[in-house]
Design a protein around this ligand. Structure first.
Ligand SMILES: Nc1nc(=O)c2c([nH]1)NC[C@@H]1CN(c3ccc(C(=O)N[C@@H](CCC(=O)O)C(=O)O)cc3)C=[N+]21
Length: 304
């Protein structure tokens, strides 16, 4: 197999990939959303409200919660935090979701995943009213996405898609390889890229030679939670690489650092464009959560 000449020359002339600045893109998007929130409030006297439910203490979720609360206020929305103990029962959690479903001040509900053992994430996600399911993970919104119908799209895949369209424009005909088949990222990402006209390959835990598949991707989206899994030689020269992974590792000096699923130093010499960790997909996830919350508020008050 020979690479297309354009991709080869790009990789030779440009040994260091262009960084995709998700942090800057997200900051812009958040500003736009803040303006729209003000206009929405002027017209309807309603402030979009987001409820975040965190059960127990998962470290990844805590990073998310910290940034999310800040960004929610920056966008002029209200944020309602519900921190529940690890020992919370399924019945207690479902009762809280029931109250949030009824609460007119709440337009979006997000239950942080993963949930502690003993709580059923499927039952909990499906208990959220579809109009308030700003994570888009319940069966109604997931089903709409699978069928290509309008609905609420999960925040992380939506953020990845926004970055890809901003970088590449029309995605039609590109081969997108997705590594990871989770309901949170891989599967909805595959459905979104298929809807954009990509040829989509999904590699997962049982895939025999993921590296060989990855090397075919004009677009490579990596969402496995396995830090450093994707090495430089997994990447097609000139490809656009979106690293969704986010793992906090301990350094010898006692500090910690966030790393992605892609071995960045290697990938940067092969890829055409690449998202860094931190500062790539993470901030986009939060901006898209705000986007989805405003959209949910609009629908609920009949403005959309
Ligand atoms: N129902 C649900 N939906 C989620 O989308 C969800 C979840 N549960 N549980 C936890 C994971 C994790 N997650 C992150 C989002 C943004 C950053 C983020 O902002 N990252 C910054 C980190 C900056 C820093 O702290 O240094 C960055 O990558 O630049 C991190 C992690 C969403 N998650």
């Amino acid at each position: 197999m020979t690479e297309p000449a354009s991709a080869e020359t790009a990789s030779v002339r440009n040994p260091s990939a262009r960084l995709i600045d998700g942090k800057a893109f997200a900051a812009n998007l958040t500003q736009t959303i803040a303006q729209e929130v003000r206009a929405f409030h002027d017209r309807y006297q309603v402030t979009p409200g987001l409820a975040v439910v965190l059960v127990g203490n998962d470290p990844a979720s805590e990073v998310y919660v910290r940034n999310k609360a800040l960004q929610t206020h920056r966008a002029g929305m209200r944020s309602f935090m519900h921190m529940l103990p690890e020992t919370t029962s399924q019945g207690e959690l479902l009762a809280l979701i029931g109250r949030l479903n009824q609460d007119p001040e709440i337009h979006g509900i997000l239950v942080q995943l993963p949930l502690p053992a003993g709580l059923d994430p499927v039952a909990v996600t499906n208990a959220i009213h579809p109009d308030k399911d700003v994570d888009g993970l319940g069966e109604v919104n997931a089903g709409r996405l699978a069928l290509g119908q309008p609905g609420i799209v999960p925040c992380t895949p939506l953020g990845c898609l926004m970055l890809l369209k901003a970088e590449l424009g029309d995605l039609r005909g590109l081969h997108a390889v997705i590594i990871g088949a989770s309901n949170l990222v891989g599967r909805p990402m595959a459905r979104l890229l298929l809807a954009e006209g990509c040829t989509v390959t999904v590699a997962h835990i049982d895939t025999r030679d993921p590296a060989a598949l990855a090397r075919q991707g004009d677009i490579l989206v990596v969402a496995t939670g396995c830090n450093g899994l994707v090495r430089g030689d997994w990447i097609k020269p000139g490809a656009t690489v979106i690293d969704v992974g986010i793992t906090r590792i301990s350094l010898p000096n006692g500090k910690t650092r966030l790393v992605g699923d892609v071995a960045f130093d290697e990938a940067v010499t092969r890829a055409g464009r690449i998202t860094p960790v931190p500062g790539g997909v993470g901030p986009m996830t939060i901006a898209c959560l705000l986007n989805n919350t405003l959209a949910a508020a609009r629908r609920i008050v009949g403005a959309a």
